[in-house]
Design a protein. Structure first.
Length: 501
């Protein structure tokens, strides 16, 4: 294979940032309120990526994230390697700017440290200037929390990355740039004697990537648009990072908003003009769909894993809870299969409110998702299933009825609804078992089906997956029961598979 096709990460790895260490490339992305957070991906060729683990085991303070906060938590992290350590800075729009670091990409990672407290502080990026020994940090603002937007604020930072050395100064005011709005997501670099800020503007669905340069960190900065949609089908090509290979090639990874799929990741060729000239990204400023691969040693095709047999009851790194996990939600055992407790909840009727939904990203290509389920409960109202979860949701699974018999059910809720309702008629599920299936077509249109022993049976109408406010839809496994005393049983999931369709 001499070319690659975008997107190189065809799922919601939003707001990516990338760094090279030796011959290895590492990438992180926003994880918002899901746990564990700060996913870490590895590549040797910038095209194929595998997931190596998270940098953040729990969101802090822990009590703040015991219930789902789907659009909060970890926003737009920056990943850097300095002084033989990996560093990640991110903004929590309700708390401030945090930092973790580690000697190796697999950790151990430090606990989060609050570097700057305040509301609306987002998208931070550090820079250690090897020429002067100075350290800096730039960040953007969320108007929803601070009343400020379209501005970038710069600070001097302590070289150990633990604190800031001044009150900060607005170094770029987007309101003073004709036509620019929603300036955010800055990535800070030093190149050819200039300070460079690569930052998107214009809004996630429709915006562009800008490049700003200055001789001094605090400005003034000159701006240029260096990547925009033009006549391509790549809307809003922006929010990403620059990386240089060991052989001197320059590349830019960025996200693209695709509705229910979230923000997928594209790889663009990049080159620098001489003498501090602007970066040229893509095909002279337009995104490329197909392009010659980076000049790096050939590698086998790779992608983040999706399938899981849950050996010993454990689940792989690709799974995330919708909030900080509680004890005994998942039970380890000697065989294969995921055993989830039917956690009692007053919100059993609304998956969006449950912290114990185990999720992974919705694939961006047509596919079929399948999993086996056995409901081991005699508690009326206990249920478990396979879900597509966004601000609207749909799920198919098993429920224990008032007569303690287990039935196959299929339910959904619209974004404006406060509880689920039936999407099809229920039917008996012999032995409390079923094989569940969701076929996902173009436009994230989902068709549900089940097999209770007589072959696949379609269920209900087409359901169009919808995003959350800032994230794509999720696939989810769950087990839940109504409020009440005592243990409510469990659900056993087996052989989770995602296959091309």
């Amino acid at each position: 294979m001499t070319t690659f096709t975008n997107p190189v990460l065809n799922a919601d790895w939003s707001d990516p940032d990338v760094v090279r260490v030796g011959d290895d490339f590492y990438l992180t992305a926003s994880s918002f309120g899901r746990v564990p957070g700060l996913p870490l991906l590895h590549s040797r060729d910038l095209v194929g990526w595998t997931l190596v683990g998270p940098a953040l085991e729990l969101l802090e303070p822990e009590e703040r994230f015991t219930s789902p906060r789907h659009d909060r938590g970890v926003w737009a992290p920056s990943l850097r390697h300095h002084d033989d350590r990996f560093w990640i800075f991110w903004g929590d729009p309700d708390q401030g700017i945090f930092q973790v670091n580690a000697p190796e990409i697999r950790g151990p990672w430090t606990r989060p440290r609050l570097v700057k407290e305040g509301k609306g502080l987002i998208d931070p990026c550090p820079l250690w200037d090897d020429e002067t020994g100075e350290a800096y940090l730039v960040h953007a603002w969320a108007k929803s929390r601070s009343g400020i937007r379209n501005r970038l604020t710069g600070h001097r930072m302590h070289p150990d990355g633990t604190s800031l050395l001044d009150a900060g100064k607005v170094i770029v005011d987007g309101d003073r740039i004709p036509g620019w709005f929603t300036l955010e997501g800055p990535k800070l670099y030093r190149h050819d004697g200039w300070f460079w800020i690569l930052a998107p503007a214009g809004g996630v669905p429709t915006g562009w990537q800008g490049a700003l340069r200055s001789r001094g960190f605090f400005g003034p900065y000159e701006e240029r648009i260096v990547l925009e949609q033009r006549d391509t089908d790549v809307n809003g090509p922006h929010q990403g990072g620059w990386v240089r290979t060991a052989t001197g090639e320059d590349w830019f990874l960025h996200s693209q908003q695709r509705g229910g799929y979230g923000r997928v990741v594209h790889l663009q060729p990049m080159r620098w003009g001489s003498g501090g000239g602007r970066p040229v990204i893509g095909d002279d400023g337009a995104p490329v769909a197909v392009h010659p691969r980076p000049g790096l040693p050939a590698r086998p095709p790779a992608a983040p894993a999706t399938d899981d047999d849950f050996p010993g009851g454990r689940f792989g790194r690709r799974w995330q809870w919708t909030a900080n996990p509680g004890e005994c939600w998942a039970t380890q055992h000697s065989g294969d299969g995921l055993r989830l407790a039917c956690v009692r909840s007053a919100d059993a009727h609304d998956l969006r409110r449950l912290p114990h939904v185990l999720t992974q990203r919705l694939p961006g290509s047509p596919c079929a998702v399948e999993v086996g389920l056995r409901l081991e409960s005699t508690e009326p109202g206990a249920r478990a299933g396979l879900a597509v979860l966004g601000d609207a949701f749909g799920w198919i699974g098993l429920e224990c009825g008032p007569d303690r018999a287990v039935r196959l059910v299929h339910r959904f809720a619209q974004a404006v609804a406060d509880r689920e309702r039936d999407a099809s008629r229920s039917c008996p599920a012999p032995e409390g078992r079923a094989r569940l299936r969701i076929g996902i077509g173009l436009g994230a249109r989902c068709r549900f089906a089940y097999d209770i022993g007589a072959g696949p049976v379609p269920s209900g109408p087409v359901f169009a997956a919808t995003p959350w406010r800032w994230t794509g839809a999720l696939l989810g496994l769950f087990a839940v029961a109504p409020e009440g005393p005592g243990h409510a049983g469990a659900a056993a999931f087996t052989r989770f598979r995602i296959s091309a369709e």
